[in-house]
Design a protein around this ligand. Structure first.
Ligand code: E9O
Length: 608
């Protein structure tokens, strides 16, 4: 089935269940008491002590409980909802419960009955729940969600659990959740939980693929309808003013758009991010029919051996890598934070970002569609370092995650490329079959977008690079290698580009570079962790980008947009400090360097 973003319409109602839920972490020795005692069968508050927990939010940073901050295992949420009676009594209404994301493994019950389970922390899942109420319309609706943040070598991202049984040195039950990725494993219900209705016969999925020739745009669409065999479909494409520009009947077809206004990245065109609305209306004899409206941007993406083309014009990525991360809410969805981040990206002239290292909230991609910011959409394949994570169980889960990701994000004009992983151990022998299979599968799911993964592996030993469309390379010259030696950067970066280019003849994005910087640390001459050092690292990288960017280097994405939380460790001082903004979104000196550079690049390469 599809996973259309829930939207209200003449035929669809929606009720957000955000706010305070009851919450209880299962701290029993085997972390399994909640299942043994079937906590889902009653109100959570009847099973033992509960606390208030905001949804959406990570649970880690909102309490004063140190054991909850670093908790690994099952946590339980519940709340009751009052359903509008007509949602229950009207046989023609279909009622769906949807979770935008919960990290990592979730089980959901409604009034004690299990309705859905989901494996994976960054993508939505839903269940039809109307039938549970039809028997007894007086039922209240109690929703229970159990979420487990344990990571294993078969999850994405992978992790390991180490039990330490030395009772002379460690307390009873001591274990460590290990990870090999560099961000804090925030957990909980991270995105909106909501209920929505559709008619019995409903629009289940819509797929659009766009193209243009001269002044004519083409929107190839296909629609799947469920709950009926006799529906008639009407598809109408409207411009910004609501005027119909094309229409069609039938579950698939091509809409021809005269005088097309293309979707352009901002900074590349004076009228960027143009969105049409595609109204899909299905009418069934038995009820009033369903209406779903999808924003559609008409644009094309192509990759040559040296260029990344959007609407056949070369596009240069000057942007950032981000995280979903902030004080207190952790990875929880937060509109003020999102709007602030977009304002900062525009302030600095960033035209693109990578969703390092997992799929971001759909609302963020919708912002990108509307603002003309280009996205490399990355799946949670980060920290794949252990050979076991290249095994069959991992691969088949990874294929499923790509299916879920493409299903969710396929219609966003802002999404121009899929990234299937970040810095995997791509030199290991099984990496070849793994990435060949994964990339082939992704291209079958979506033949219209290029596919990459981000490598930190050596060009000579990388086993997955032959299969990508664009090489995305991370490097940290003068930081992890030759720390303190700014003078090696230009030589080593030149060599890096030439090596990869010579071997593969593919366009290259510098997908990470940067330096940890404690805001307010100053030093001249520059030393590591000072604002001056970060600025110098950037200047040195930039001078090489400038030599290569009209050749085959097609982009530069700073690591990172903002400081972010990580696991505790001796190389991290309250998190990773490679942000050009602090975690509170205030600029370091480097932010001004990027701002100047990105606006200069926009003026040179765009139409401004
Ligand atoms: C992935 C990102 O999530 N790339 C990392 C970033 C970092 O700041 C991290 O936050 O550490 C860099 C990978 C560095 C690999 C080189 C290791 C060399 C050890 C000598």
């Amino acid at each position: 089935s599809g996973m259309l973003f829930p939207r209200e319409s003449a035929s669809r109602e929606l009720k957000e269940l955000n706010g305070l839920w009851a919450f209880r972490a299962d701290k029993s020795p085997n972390r399994n008491r909640g299942f043994e005692e079937a906590w889902y069968k009653q109100r959570l508050a009847e099973t033992g002590p509960v606390i208030d927990m905001p949804v959406p939010a990570s649970f880690n940073d909102v309490t004063q409980d140190a054991t909850l901050r670093d908790f690994t295992g099952w946590v339980w949420y519940d709340r009751e909802v009052h359903l509008p009676p007509r949602w229950i009594t009207d046989e023609g209404t279909r009622l769906v419960l949807r979770v935008g994301s919960a990290h990592y493994y979730s089980v959901v019950w409604v009034n004690g009955e299990k309705v859905v389970e989901h494996n994976g922390g960054h993508l939505p899942f839903e269940a039809e729940i109307g039938s549970l109420f039809r028997k007894d319309p007086t039922n209240p609706c109690r929703i229970t969600v159990a979420v487990n943040n344990t990571l294993t070598l078969e999850t994405l991202p992978p992790g390991t659990i180490h039990y330490i049984r030395d009772r002379s040195r460690y307390p009873d039950g001591f274990f460590v959740q290990g990870t090999s990725f560099d961000f804090f494993n925030y957990a909980g219900i991270h995105r909106s939980v909501l209920l929505y209705t559709t008619p019995r016969a409903y629009v289940d999925d819509v797929t659009v693929v766009t193209d243009f020739v001269d002044n004519t745009g083409f929107v190839k669409y296909s629609v799947s309808v469920r709950g009926t065999t006799s529906a008639t479909l009407k598809v109408t494409l409207m411009d910004k003013d609501g005027h119909c520009v094309a229409s069609s009947n039938g579950s698939s077809g091509v809409l021809k758009v005269p005088d097309v206004k293309l979707w352009w990245p901002y900074l590349m065109h004076e009228n960027p991010a143009y969105l049409y609305s595609m109204e899909v209306r299905c009418t069934d004899s038995s009820d009033g029919g369903d209406v779903y409206t999808l924003p559609v941007g008409i644009r094309t993406v192509h990759v040559t051996t040296t260029q990344f083309l959007i609407n056949n014009k070369p596009f240069y990525f000057h942007g950032v890598n981000k995280h979903e991360d902030s004080d207190i809410r952790g990875k929880g969805f937060d509109w003020p934070l999102i709007v602030k981040d977009f304002n900062l990206m525009k302030w600095m002239g960033a035209n693109s970002f990578r969703t390092s290292h997992y799929p971001y909230a759909e609302e963020i991609l919708q912002m990108c569609d509307r603002h003309g910011i280009v996205v490399i959409d990355e799946c949670p394949g980060v920290g794949i370092k252990d050979i076991q994570s290249f095994g069959n169980a991992s691969l088949s889960h990874h294929l499923e995650v790509m299916e879920e990701l493409v299903r969710r994000d396929k219609n966003h004009p802002s999404v121009v490329m899929w990234s299937v992983a970040n810095e995997p151990a791509a030199e290991m022998p099984p990496a070849e079959f793994y990435f060949q299979t994964l990339i082939k599968h992704t291209k079958e799911l979506d033949p219209t977008r290029p596919v990459t993964y981000v490598t930190a592996s050596n060009f000579a030993r990388d086993k997955g690079a032959p299969f990508v469309d664009v090489l995305c390379v991370n490097s940290y010259f003068s930081w992890y290698h030759d720390p303190g030696h700014l003078e090696v950067i230009q030589l080593q970066l030149n060599t890096q580009f030439e090596d990869w280019h010579e071997k593969y003849q593919k366009p290259i994005i510098q997908s990470e570079y940067g330096a940890d910087t404690v805001p307010g640390f100053h030093s001249d001459p520059p030393v590591m962790f000072s604002e001056e050092y970060q600025s110098e690292v950037l200047r040195n990288y930039h001078s090489v980008f400038d030599q290569k960017r009209n050749k085959y280097v097609i982009g530069e994405l700073i690591w990172n947009f903002a400081d972010f939380m990580t696991a505790q460790g001796v190389t991290r001082v309250v998190g990773n400090k490679k942000g050009v903004f602090t975690r509170q979104r205030q600029p370091k000196a480097s932010a001004f360097i990027l701002k100047e550079r990105y606006w200069r690049l926009a003026n040179e390469t765009g139409t401004l």
